[in-house]
Design a protein around this ligand. Structure first.
Ligand code: HEM
Length: 528
């Protein structure tokens, strides 16, 4: 690079370096350069960073990193930029237009066009002018264009005002300070996790006692409830939100998620971080990419490209049948969702088997996960074998997996009925999380059923905040949002289910309408 860290960079210089392949983002007015070797070993995954290339990532970086990491990040600063009255004028990251870096035939890194942009032709709340969805790249397209262009880096203005977004960003910083000052980053080991551990132990014990008594359905039911509750603990650990020590939290989470639950925590964290950063973006957020089973927006009927799964989400004849009745299949599909999570988990571990060492965890995380999954298959396999007959085995498998499934309903409630529009890089982290996320109202007495994660808006704003402090933090956030006239969305559990199935029905109806229009066109053509 050759530029010392005190150097002032112009916006043009930043753009030129990005187009040349550098991974740059803005942090508190500094230009941060992530070296390629670091990008692949980033504990939050490479996509987390790629979605912020050319943008001011200060709020996101503050939300996701420990103080120790924030200090270390200073070592990656390569210069400064002039921030205007409305802050940094962001670029559109190359990945948003389908451009990624990969090794070329000559052994050098080069741009690769994995997808082509599908731009909005209007400027509405559901389809803002800034919206870029992705479609699979056409064969041979990369030969005509060798990398992203300067024009592609420039965001299309929409109805968002950069001044207002800057105000939201400043407000978020102030809010974060209030949360820190209130001491809410301190984990409540005794009063928070104490009752949790009693609950986990009881559920596991009841399941074991029932099993040895031969009450298999009851045993499976309590095993499922035990898994359901442990999911929340694994979630906290995945966010480094328990001991706040990456290695310790990761080790405990491998024990909980892989050994007891049979799922890869590495996969879950990788997936979940992307979801937190590009929440509800149809082409980038894996948590809303569920074809052929669900489509929460008509845009999915265009067979979009997923930058997370690196494949086309094909809306084929099979998907068409399922989506047209998705609101009716909603609970049935979710009750079996755990099997899909196993598949994704093992696929991720297979894919990462030959990845380079990580900055945190080197390769041990991978081997420990594989070992713990082996142990899971050994103990759960023995449990199933002990059920005796095939009908008993099948019943045990189904009951335990269905009993663990309410957690999936809860997760989708928090986002499925919220906006999936892409307001581009100008939108602040604060405003984006409030727009795409909703809380489920629930009494503190029964909030353990939701694992406390029904306070999803506050969780999205402060992902590393220990779960048992979310209620207290949410009160601060709500008051703060009210002061600034921002919406903090929340609904009751029943109302939320109604909204989500309503959204699914709307998309399903859309298919019927498209089908009817096509039929009448054919009829008209035959008559003429
Ligand atoms: C040079 C730049 C960066 C460095 C050195 C860095 C370093 C790290 C480290 C060490 C962790 C482990 C957690 C911790 O110890 O704090 C982490 C996690 C993470 N990072 Fe970064 N990071 C960088 C840039 C970014 C950017 C630009 C983003 C996105 C805006 C990002 C998103 C994340 C996420 C989502 C996690 C996972 C946290 C969680 O699971 O709760 N990082 N990063």
């Amino acid at each position: 690079m050759g530029l010392p860290s005190a150097t002032k960079w112009t916006r043009e210089q930043v753009a030129t370096r990005i187009l040349a392949g550098d991974t740059l983002f803005i942090l508190n007015g500094n230009v941060v350069r992530v070296p390629p070797s670091w990008l692949t070993s980033h504990p939050g995954g490479n996509l987390a960073i790629l979605h912020y290339v050319g943008r001011d990532a200060t709020d996101e970086v503050d939300a996701f990193h420990s103080d120790e990491t924030l200090q270390k990040m200073k070592g990656f600063v390569v210069g400064r930029v002039e921030l205007g009255e409305d802050g940094w004028v962001p670029f559109v990251p190359p990945i948003a237009n389908g451009w990624v870096r990969r090794m070329g035939r000559d052994g050098k890194m080069e741009w690769y066009n994995e997808a082509r942009p599908l731009k909005s032709t209007e400027d509405s709340d559901t389809s803002p002018a800034s919206q870029i969805l992705l479609k699979k790249a056409q064969a041979g397209a990369e030969e005509t264009q060798t990398g992203p262009t300067l024009a592609q880096l420039q965001p299309t203005p929409n109805k968002l005002s950069p001044k207002t977004e800057k105000m939201h960003s400043d407000a978020y910083k102030e809010l974060h300070k209030r949360v820190i000052d209130a001491g809410l980053y301190k984990t409540r080991f005794i009063t928070g996790y104490g009752p949790e551990f009693v609950r986990y132990t009881l559920l596991a014990l009841i399941s074991a006692v029932c099993y040895y008594k031969g009450w298999l359905v009851a045993s499976a039911l309590f095993l499922g409830l035990f898994w359901q509750q442990l999911t929340f603990f694994a979630h906290d650990l995945g966010h480094v939100g328990v001991t706040h020590d990456w290695t310790l939290d990761r080790l405990i989470s491998i024990f909980v998620a892989d050994l007891i639950g049979g799922m890869s925590i590495g996969w879950w964290v990788n997936n979940h971080n992307v979801h937190h950063l590009v929440t509800n973006h149809p082409s980038h957020d894996p948590d809303i990419q569920h074809l052929p089973f669900f489509a929460i927006s008509p845009v999915f009927l265009n067979s979009l490209w997923s930058s997370y799964y690196k494949r086309e989400m094909t809306f084929d004849a099979f998907a068409k049948v399922l989506i047209s009745v998705q609101h009716k299949l909603f609970y049935i599909v979710l009750s079996l969702a755990r099997f899909n999570l196993y598949a994704n988990s093992y696929g991720y571990l297979a894919k990462t088997a030959f990845e380079p060492k990580r900055f945190r965890g080197g390769r041990w995380w991978w081997w420990t996960e594989v070992l713990c999954l082996g142990l899971f298959f050994a103990w759960f396999g023995a449990v199933l074998k002990g059920c005796g007959s095939w009908p008993n085995i099948l019943t045990y498998l189904l009951v335990s997996h269905v009993a663990a499934s309410p957690v999936h309903v809860q997760i989708v409630l928090s986002h499925f009925s919220r906006s999936t529009a892409d307001f581009g890089p100008v939108e602040s982290f604060f405003a984006r999380q409030l727009r795409t996320t909703v809380d489920v109202i629930c009494s503190p007495r029964i909030e353990f059923i939701h694992g406390g994660l029904h306070l999803q808006v506050t969780h999205h704003l402060f992902p590393r905040l220990p779960r048992h402090n979310l209620r207290e933090a949410s009160l601060i956030v709500k008051e703060f949002a009210k002061e600034r006239g921002l919406e903090y969305a929340e609904f009751g559990f029943v109302e939320g289910n109604g909204e989500v199935t309503g959204v699914l029905k709307q998309v399903a109806d859309q298919i019927k309408i498209i089908g009817m229009v096509a039929d009448s066109e054919v009829r008209e053509a035959m008559q003429t």
